[in-house]
Design a binder for this molecule. Sequence first.
Ligand code: SF4
Length: 350
Amino acid sequence: MSYTLGEIKKLIMADPDMGEVLKQYPLRITPHIARQIKRVGDPIWRQFVPDVREIKRDGGFRDPLGEEELSPVSGLVHRYPDRVLWLVTERCAAFCRFCTRKRLWATGIRNHNREDFNLALGYIEGNPKIREVILSGGDPLTLKPGVLLEILRAIRRIPHVEIIRVHTRLPVVSPKSITQATVLALKEAQPLYLNIHVNHPQELTTEVRRVLTAIADAGIPLGSQTVLLRKVNDNPETLESLFRALLTLRVRPYYLLQPDLMEGTSHFRPPLSLGIKIMKHLRHRLSGMAMPHFMVDLPGGGGKIELVPSFIRDIDDDFVYFETRTGGLARYPLEHSESRELLTLFREHL
Ligand code: SF4
């Protein structure tokens, strides 16, 4: 069974509070995504279908990563010295209900104009420390291929920019929108990395697999970002199967992200400890190639930090004791007086 957009609308409008939700955070689903919904409340439904909890006050923030304060010009976020995040469009093909930037939906989606583009390019050009430009949004691949190409070429003309990264969900939510022209534009701008946003194995349909294969065949390195979401993928089995499948598609799992503190999205957020437990479980089962980094993006612009499960059980003067894959203990000898330094590092880590 699958749904049409009309059927989904009819189902959700049965709730009298839904009108208010849609006023603040509209519904946008591609026909491809609607077809992937097999039942109400399944992992695809939960990601894309509005929920009345989105308008509840839950202590979250309108701009959880403090991006507006870190924007020297419209659409450009400069948080780390060597890279910038450029939100080249606010458009997305489908709206993910847990989105960190859903504040932009409420103000009405805006397309950046030429003046915005020139200001952003000028800023990048004027800052020789910037080595990497990350195109995001919105979804940069919703731009017409000609516009995308123009932006990529303009970035490539800046001598100090070494790497371009593009973050997109389009191959997953609307695979047919990825045209040959899009792939050629990306290919021309190498070295360029394409990071897709994918959260559940059910999203890797035949059409999605086909388009990812075409992108990989064009020689474009692919990575993935996955948001850890309650009742979508918050268990090791689902994530293991997702990361294994991605690796076979030549998509290297890059980040598993704790959801940001966006207002009205607390129903998606699992406890931090769950992510660490899942990473520990996966570490014992997956090859390093299939292991993403588990990241939390700190509120207020504090930046991303990695949360790593510890396998150290104890440290004494002579040995450090590690938990093994099978739950046993293995000891590793320490150099003279190394234990004190290690203990300090370990405590700092805690
Ligand atoms: S594709 Fe990305 S930017 Fe667009 S709604 Fe989903 S999470 Fe937000």
